[in-house]
Design a protein around this ligand. Structure first.
Ligand code: ADP
Ligand code: MG
Length: 314
């Protein structure tokens, strides 16, 4: 439960940085002039069912007057006093372009019910309450969630359209020799792409393992190469091509446990001699062609119709 909570808080915190005060505030704020009387102020509160208003003079906010000020004025028999005399001048405010985070911390520091929101010219443009903040965050969460849903839906349906037209999607990746820092990037890129296309997770896992092993071999044993994946509704074909040195004895290379990996490669965690055998067990079809001095061309086919691997490869 802890991790899930922590994650939610992180998302909400992120939103308070992303959203601006103006996205949460209410506009159309009732205001009053400093030259109005407290009696007039009472009418403004009644008419708008609010408990306080900013005091505005020539568009600039000069103070804030609340129901407490009205009660004091009533008790002192000063209903004809001017708002300007009874208001709190220089009230705490928020800028419209500040992140909501700023508002959240001001609410917890100052414990006011609401803050006037001004622009950088000092003009009042809205009011914000803690309820406004909650509403804005929930709305944004809802929007994000719906967008994600639509995205997922579209992704899988794009592929269904292609299915109808029998078009293939082709994705290409370069694999650099001996670049261990980036080894695995091609296969994880392909994995993400297949996920977006709505391919079944079981199929994706097999493609990812087979492609990863082939990619590592290109990194470790060759002068570099490329991976091309052709995705069709009924099958995924992955071709891994490198620029040599080639495999002298393919049958031997295919043996589980056979490896020519030097010690330093083994120390990096590669070289168990299980790469090619793993590729074979993931693939529905596997074809390995190699010419010494020229290069190696590996073709892996995985069918999407039957989710479980059916054939033993050929
Ligand atoms: N693309 C390639 N080019 C040259 N040699 C390769 C290639 N792929 C595999 N090999 C050779 O085949 C052997 C077995 O590969 P693999 O089954 O992946 O095991 P490992 O990578 O752990 O050695 C490797 O040790 C290497 O000698
Ligand atoms: Mg290997």
């Amino acid at each position: 439960m802890q991790p899930a909570n922590a994650k939610e808080i992180t998302k909400l915190q992120e939103l308070t940085y992303e959203l601006k005060v103006e996205a949460a505030m209410t506009r159309n704020v009732a205001t009053i002039s400093p030259t109005a009387t407290m009696a007039e102020f009472r009418e403004v509160l009644r008419a708008n069912r609010i408990s306080g208003t900013p005091v505005v003079e020539n568009g600039k906010m000069v103070g804030i007057v609340s129901i407490e000020d009205l009660i004091k004025a009533l008790a002192a028999g000063e209903l004809n006093a001017m708002v300007g005399e009874k208001m709190t001048s220089k009230p705490a405010t928020l800028y419209a372009d500040e992140p909501l985070m700023q508002a959240v911390s001001k609410f917890s520091q100052l414990r006011f019910g609401r803050f006037p929101v001004i622009n950088r010219q000092g003009e009042l443009i809205g009011m914000i309450t803690q309820g406004d903040i909650m509403r804005a965050m929930l709305k944004r969460l809802e929007v994000d969630y719906r967008e994600e849903e639509i995205h997922r839906y579209r992704a899988s349906h794009i592929f269904e359209d292609i299915l109808a037209d029998d078009v293939a999607l082709v994705f290409g990746y370069r694999v650099a020799a001996r670049d261990f820092a980036r080894a695995g990037e091609a296969s994880s890129g392909l994995k993400k792409t297949l996920g977006r296309l709505g391919i079944h997770p079981q199929i994706i896992r097999r493609v990812a393992v087979a492609t990863y092993e082939a990619e590592i071999n290109v990194v470790v044993y060759t002068d570099g190469g490329e991976i091309v994946a052709e995705v069709r509704p009924d099958r995924i074909r992955i071709e891994v091509m490198d620029k040599g040195p080639g495999i002298p004895d393919i049958e031997q290379a295919m043996q589980p446990g056979f490896s020519t990996a030097p010690d330093w490669v083994r120390e990096l965690g590669f070289g168990a001699g299980m790469g090619l055998p793993n590729i074979k067990s993931c693939a529905d079809e596997m074809d390995l062609k190699s010419t010494v001095g020229v290069g190696t061309h590996l073709t892996i086919i995985i069918y999407c119709d039957g989710l479980q691997k059916t054939g033993s490869g050929s």
